[in-house]
Design a binder for this molecule. Structure first.
Ligand SMILES: [Zn+2]
Length: 285
């Protein structure tokens, strides 16, 4: 990793910094932002665990309170601390001692890591909330798609509304309307391409992916067309490599459905987080 994203972060960061403030004060504040987002990510990850389990099963995410899937005893407040509780209880239920999946702490740690990386990449900017929503919703959708091969619209549509709302706010405050227009164009463009592919072959590209394209196009389009191209191609490259490896090792049949949403999520987050290094590299060469 080069220092390129940092350069972009600091220059945009300083732009909105009160006049007369020393630039040397920026890094500690950025560190606080990254740490704060990591802690926030732990809490959001805990919520995503509920979303990942309940939404595709059409259960309420509010009630009832979380309970052990084996014995049904409610999770106590003190056993609901992200990651720590799982470690303290050594991955077992406090009352029946049946094992609790490592997926729970992993989703919490994953969200914290993604939030920290997104904060480091975007910095102290108005579009940060939108990209935290992108990271959180893609993590939840990837987990669900991997397990059940669906991308619930009960997650995709609220994510789209939140990302659009936060980017609208960012555009209104910073005057970066061209970013929002670019996002809207790529949201519609990507949606139409996937809509056509779905019409041609609904078996290989589900309508969940078509809906998700709206979120991906909006977020990556906001950053610029190069990020859209990078996100789309890395998603398909990762998907093709993984697919070929799984078929080659006979862990998947060639006609079997692939969790394409997982690769769309991976490609998009790759473009958001690592994109500036690659895009700037192409620009200067
Ligand atoms: Zn139990």
């Amino acid at each position: 990793m080069s220092s390129l994203p940092e350069v972009r972060v600091s220059s945009r960061f300083i732009q909105h910094w009160p006049k007369g403030t020393s630039h040397f004060r920026a890094p500690p504040v950025l560190g606080l932002l990254i740490g704060g987002c990591a802690l926030f990510g732990l809490a959001i990850g805990s919520f995503l665990n509920v979303v990942i389990y309940r939404v595709p099963r059409h259960k309420s995410i509010v009630t009832p309170r979380s309970a052990c899937p084996t014995c049904g005893s409610p999770i106590r407040e003190r056993d609901n601390i992200p990651v720590l509780s799982w470690l303290v209880l050594r991955g077992r239920c406090h009352s029946c001692h049946s094992p609790i999946s490592a997926r729970y702490p992993l989703v919490e740690l994953g969200t914290a890591g993604l939030f920290a990386a997104t904060a480091a990449r975007i910095g102290f900017n108005w579009d940060l909330p939108a990209f935290l929503v992108v990271a959180a919703s893609l993590l939840a959708l990837a987990c669900i798609d991997l397990e059940l091969l669906v991308l619930p619209k009960a997650i995709v549509y609220p994510a789209l509304a939140l990302v659009a709302g936060f980017l609208l706010l960012a555009a209104a405050v910073t005057g970066e309307w061209h970013n929002l227009i670019s996002g809207a164009i790529f949201a519609v463009g990507w949606f139409l391409v996937f809509f056509a592919l779905n019409a041609l072959s609904p078996r290989y590209l589900g309508f969940g992916d078509v809906r998700l394209a709206l979120v991906l196009g909006l977020a990556l389009g906001w950053l610029g067309w190069k990020f859209v191209v990078l996100g789309f191609f890395s998603a398909n490259l990762i998907g093709a490599i993984v697919g070929l490896v799984l078929i080659g090792t006979k862990r998947m049949r060639p006609d079997q459905q692939i969790a394409y949403g997982v690769f769309l999520a991976l490609g998009t987050m790759f473009a958001v987080l690592v994109g500036p290094v690659i895009v700037t590299h192409f620009h200067t060469n």
